[in-house]
Design a protein. Structure first.
Length: 415
């Protein structure tokens, strides 16, 4: 796996003499596993041809807002901006930086930068006097304040014959800084989580079921937070309409506990997880004799026999790699600390997240939750009532700390 494996990079190239280094940069990025789409300013084409960058990136290069005037087609700058995990502009000229600061959209690259939702990284390249000009310094400061990451230019001999700061960083340094920057943005890149979420519906017949009031909100918030930190998440969801749209979330929708178990076990076999988070409210029992088709009212039995459902979390934990960090959820009525501590050992968890339906605003159906992180009898961390997203952040912090401090396993990502 390359250090930029799976990363999608929109590479903007502008009209600097350093544009010749872009060929080398594309190769560096592609070799490190990134998918690269090149966008050139019209000025950049004076210095290097689209054919060179298109060949090296393996994709057509975009440089014009309109593709074919007669056909009325255009390059979709919004789509390009959304596709990338980052837009890297290397080299970036003084002119393009000024356009970024002013929010101009008079070429394709500037419109991509205006519509991009992903982070932006720039590698300035220019003559020493252009670089030290107050206009350039101010523009760089503004861009930094807006969250743009700047890869500082080198000091040395410049194309103008002058010597000083302004030479674009070498492609290898750009690749290394980009990798380190991605890592800081997504510290759990390369790690895997397996999450079960939502309720399960256990059929009485084809239309009736035994279920519970779990909405799947907490599990979805955790999946999204871990994916934002770079994890690939296998998300096994019982019936829930809460979306989990993120490229890092691989979602499988199931209905019953048995389906959830099968889907989770298959995900675990395919990708041994670094963390298991069992948020699902799995029905403890299911009707022993579900009726095929829709039963008539008169055919419904007066009472139902139940059989116990398997304990999904316990069996996943038992099958998981030893270094995997295992988290269970416990929903209590009243103070459930004793039950949570029991669950910790009975299910082989490293931590149990305890929430209680008797806490106002906590548990099923609310957008907020109040939880305790139960690590053991000596360590129970209590939190105040907060949004389920904020609870997900607290939990992700614990997962992150655990994974980054553990002894690396063969399954762990490379540096
Ligand atoms: C030979 C030559 C080299 C240039 N090198 C640079 C450069 O390194 N950095 C820069 O900011 N501008 C440089 N320029 C000026 C830019 O090409 C000019 O500002 C252009 O409008 C940039 O357009 P763009 O940012 O849309 O690509 C150079 C111009 C020429 C003719």
């Amino acid at each position: 796996m390359g250090s930029l494996s799976g990363r999608r990079i929109v590479l903007g190239v502008t009209g600097s003499i350093a544009a010749y280094k872009s060929a080398h940069l594309v190769r560096e990025l592609v070799k490190a596993g990134a998918a690269v789409r090149v966008v050139m300013t019209p000025g950049a084409k004076e210095f290097i041809t689209p054919l060179t960058l298109g060949t090296l990136s393996g994709h057509p290069v975009h440089s014009e807002l309109t593709d074919d005037r007669d056909a009325g087609t255009w390059t979709d700058h919004v789509e390009l901006g959304l596709w990338g995990d980052a837009v890297l502009v290397a080299p970036v000229t003084a002119h393009t930086m000024a356009g970024m600061v002013e929010g101009r959209g008079d070429n394709l690259l500037l419109t991509v930068l205006l519509s991009a939702k992903c982070p932006v990284v720039i590698a300035p390249a220019m003559d020493r006097d252009m670089f030290t000009h107050p206009a350039t310094s101010d523009n760089l400061k503004t861009l930094r304040n807006r969250g743009v990451h700047v890869i500082d230019p080198d000091t040395g001999e410049l194309a103008s014959g002058l010597s000083g700061k302004g030479r674009m960083a070498e492609p290898e340094r750009i690749r290394k800084e980009l990798t380190a920057w991605f890592k800081s943005q997504a510290p759990l890149m390369g790690y895997h989580a397996l999450i079960t979420s939502g309720p399960t519906f256990e059929p009485i017949d084809a239309v009736r079921f035994i279920g519970n009031r779990s909405s799947g909100q907490q599990g979805a918030a955790i999946a999204l937070e871990l994916a934002r930190r770079g994890m690939t998440v296998d998300f096994i969801s019982g019936p829930s309409s809460i979306p989990t749209d993120h490229p890092g979330v691989r979602r499988v929708d199931v209905g019953t506990a048995l389906e959830m178990k099968a889907a989770a076990e298959s995900a675990l076999r395919l990708t041994p997880p670094d963390a298991i988070i069992g948020t699902a409210a799995v029905a403890d029992v299911r009707p022993a004799h579900p009726i095929e088709g829709k039963a008539q009212k008169s055919d419904l039995p007066a009472s139902l026999d139940f059989v116990a459902n398997p304990d999904i979390l316990a069996s996943l934990n038992a099958a998981a790699p030893g270094a995997c960090f295992k988290v269970g959820f416990a929903l209590a009525h009243g103070d459930g600390k004793e039950a949570a501590l029991r669950k910790l050992t009975e299910k082989g968890c490293d931590m149990v997240v305890l929430n209680s339906i008797t806490d106002k605003g906590a548990g099923f159906g609310h957008t907020t939750n109040r939880v305790d992180f139960v690590h053991g009898p000596q360590r129970i961390d209590s939190f105040e009532l907060k949004t389920k997203e904020a609870v997900a952040t607290d939990l992700a912090e614990v997962v992150q700390k655990q994974l980054l401090q553990r002894t690396p396993t063969s399954n762990s990502p490379e540096d």
